[in-house]
Design a binder for this molecule. Structure first.
Ligand code: AMP
Length: 419
């Protein structure tokens, strides 16, 4: 019997694992330049944190959480998202008592028991950024701009930004009531009807054509925004325009989490089929209080790392970058040469040259095949005769040109060549 990774999960293997690391780094580079500090929180938390923080009425909490009792009977849950965890950590450590906003970024695994398909996994990776403790449209705009820059840095041209406002405590209740009244007049199945009471905004997000067709005349939150929300939203829009960021107003954009207020946005890519969101976020002014903290108006986003990788694949941006970063491959022939090569490879690495060598006592042919497969530019061939002469054969694998170099000089020679 052999094991398989659990359903809905997968392994990142070289060379795509290297590429996904690069994707992650590129997505967070803009926020790091903007003063966001790195935070790492536990992969599991008290189940109640998510029940309260993400919302009992969401699909995530009601259907998708990996919840288990630990040996002492505590109910723990693998994190389905990280905003609630970040806020928990900020409140626990009193970071909000210092300079505001608190700006943090994270990178890590998330877990949701979803219907697995391409682009939708049960274990997936997000990078995220949160700015906590300030109500300022410039902060919303900053985060959106930084997200756009991350995608752009990867060379992606097909990412679109959808923007909406969900209103706040002042105007959302009246909108919600108007929407509920409209929805009650529609021909919907029992599950969807139940949603009308619990989370009517989510019905707008229903992708089924028979539901969408009935939603054409639904009241829109933009028409129900209070003056303060309207002004705030206009300011975010105008800052984005001034920053040269293209966006599309999407009055139907709601998101799967309960805690959003005012600014809501999503990054979508059309090359991904039905799982088109590569990232999303928004303002969550009431979340801190929902978790027992003080008022802490905040805004944040999470970008899907594996989805972004798939978007890059769809745009053909991954081709040609498949060989790792190995520069030199050692081919020792015989035991003495193997010992010397072991030290030489070590010396090269210390000098900043990436190097590997043939292991397992391969002969010249097998070891040269390994050199070719490794993707290295140079092979260093060391036979017994070379060793006696204190020299090594340096072969450029792209031109097949071979030269003899004194062992004492080879590190310097290679340093010069690989820079
Ligand atoms: P959310 O936390 O649901 O707002 O998701 C933010 C981003 O994470 C989405 O736009 C996706 O790119 C990514 N994402 C969410 N759920 C999954 C999943 N099940 N598999 C892969 N990526 C996901």
């Amino acid at each position: 019997m052999s094991f398989q990774a659990p359903k809905g999960t997968f392994d990142w293997l070289p060379p795509s694992s290297e590429q996904v690391l690069a994707v992650r780094e590129a997505l967070v580079a803009p926020v790091r330049r903007a003063g966001y500090g790195y935070i790492e929180t536990p992969v599991f938390e008290d189940t109640q944190l998510f029940a309260r923080g993400v919302g009992e009425s969401t699909d995530i909490v009601s259907k998708e959480m990996y919840t288990f009792p630990d040996k002492a009977g505590r109910s723990l849950t693998l994190r389905p998202e990280s905003t609630a965890s970040v806020l928990r950590a900020v409140l626990q450590h009193g970071l909000h008592n210092g300079q505001l906003p608190v700006k943090l970024w994270y990178s890590g695994s998330q877990f949701r028991y979803e219907r697995a398909q391409k682009g939708r996994y049960r274990h997936f990776w997000q990078v995220g950024a949160e700015a906590l403790g300030a109500e300022d449209p410039a902060l919303d705009a900053e985060l959106i701009v930084l997200g756009v820059q991350g995608f752009a840095a990867l060379g992606l041209t097909g990412v679109r930004l959808l923007l909406n406002s969900l209103g706040d405590r002042a105007c959302r209740p009246a909108y919600r009531a108007a929407l509920q009244e409209f929805l009650r007049g529609l021909d919907l199945d029992a599950d969807t009807r139940a949603r009308i009471d619990i989370n009517p905004l989510r019905v707008l997000d229903d992708k089924r054509p028979e539901v969408q067709a009935q939603l054409a005349g639904a009241p829109l939150v933009v028409d129900h925004l209070c003056a303060a929300c309207k002004a705030y939203h206009e300011e975010v829009r105008s800052l984005l325009t001034e920053a040269g960021v293209a966006f599309e107003d999407d009055p139907r954009l709601v998101r799967g989490l309960d805690y959003y207020t005012r600014t809501t946005f999503e990054f979508v890519h059309d090359g991904l089929g039905s799982q088109s969101a590569v990232g999303g976020g928004g303002r969550y002014d009431g979340l801190s209080e929902m978790l027992g903290g003080p008022p802490l108006p905040s805004v944040g986003w999470a970008l899907g790392v594996d989805r972004t990788y798939l978007a890059m694949e769809a745009e053909g941006l991954l081709a040609g970058d498949a060989t790792g970063r190995l520069q030199v491959y050692g081919v020792p022939l015989g035991d003495d040469a193997r010992r010397r090569m072991f030290l030489l490879v070590d010396e090269l690495r210390r000098a900043g040259v990436s190097a590997d060598m043939a292991f397992g006592g391969k002969g010249l042919k097998g070891a040269m095949k390994g050199a070719g497969r490794s993707g290295a530019r140079f092979a260093l061939i060391l036979g017994e005769r070379d060793l006696a002469a204190q020299a090594v054969q340096l072969k450029d694998l792209t031109t097949a040109e071979q030269t003899e170099v004194p062992l004492a000089q080879v590190v310097d020679v290679l340093k010069g060549k690989v820079q």
